[in-house]
Design a protein around this ligand. Structure first.
Ligand code: NAP
Length: 250
């Protein structure tokens, strides 16, 4: 199996794409650390994969709080004695509103979770990877097509995801010398609790712009995460990979 013997730390693991990533990476042989702000959902994810022959744990984590990220690392080191070599930054939120109506609080919340959270996890876990000389580190950040094109009602979310994409490229430049690859996946529209919030009429408009005429599944994103986590992608770093059914803009 492509990820046998490796350990993966996945944020946002209690739902949607993060949960699917836990399942697919476990299928491919990785030990899974399922981290989410919702401890119950993270535990449920681990229960779903516990039949695999891997060592899996769940952790309650708020990616926007550095103390929470640091204590997650402590728990990981207690359990596995070394940092994971695979980091998947999947935790994310939306707080949609037209720019002229968007509150400062909702702008800040989205940036804190999506962008600052990705920064805190990369910094904390990659520092540990370097200190412990973990070989073949790989970080996969989940951005969005919206970070390239913008989207009505999502100025906060679009800006946070554009930040994730360019932080990915910067981290790849800085961490390459440490043997750590850093890549981003830019999903289009994927059926998860996050997109359940989108009104049906708007979903139809989005689907009509997708050449494959449908939303993606969380598993279709997770398969690409597994590829970027594995040695099959050993010469890919600093890349942003579109996984969007051929959608050019939203
Ligand atoms: P989801 O089902 O809502 O999953 C996101 C998970 O992150 C939830 O379990 C959520 O917990 C958790 N979370 C929220 N704030 C957190 C925090 N501060 N610390 C740790 N965990 C936190 O959404 P999804 O669709 O799977 O999204 C996963 C990622 O893909 C996100 O980064 C999203 O922006 C990105 N994405 C999604 C789509 C799409 O169409 N679905 C498209 C492009 C990109 P709660 O449920 O308790 O908030």
């Amino acid at each position: 199996m492509s990820l046998s013997g490796k350990t993966a730390f996945i944020t946002g693991a209690g739902s949607g794409i993060g949960r699917a990533a836990c399942k697919i990476l476990a299928r491919d042989g990785a030990n899974i650390i399922a981290a989410d702000i919702n401890a119950k959902n993270a535990k449920e994810t681990v229960d779903l994969i516990d039949k695999q022959e891997t060592k899996n744990i769940s952790i309650a984590l708020d990616v926007s709080e550095s103390a929470s990220v640091k204590s997650a690392l402590v728990k990981v080191l207690e359990t596995y004695s070394k940092p994971p070599s695979i980091i998947v930054n999947c935790a994310g939120i939306t707080r949609d509103n037209f720019l002229l109506n968007l509150s400062e609080e909702n702008f800040q919340q989205v940036v804190d979770v999506n962008l600052k959270g990705t920064f805190l996890v990369i910094q904390t876990f990659c520092k540990a990877m370097v200190e412990h000389q973990v070989p073949k580190g790989t970080v996969i950040n989940v951005g969005s097509i919206v970070g390239k094109n913008g989207n009505i009602g999502q100025s906060n979310y679009a800006a946070s995801k554009a930040g994730v994409e360019v932080m990915t490229k910067t981290a790849a430049k800085e961490l390459g010398r440490e043997g750590i690859r850093v890549n981003a996946i830019l999903p289009g529209f994927v059926t998860t609790p996050m997109t359940d919030l989108v009104p049906d009429k708007l979903k139809e408009v989005f689907a009509s712009k997708i050449p494959l005429s449908r939303f993606g599944t969380p598993e279709e994103i997770a398969e690409v995460i597994s590829f970027l986590a594995s040695d099959k992608s050993s010469y890919i770093s600093g890349a942003s990979i579109d996984v969007n059914g051929g959608m050019v803009t939203c």
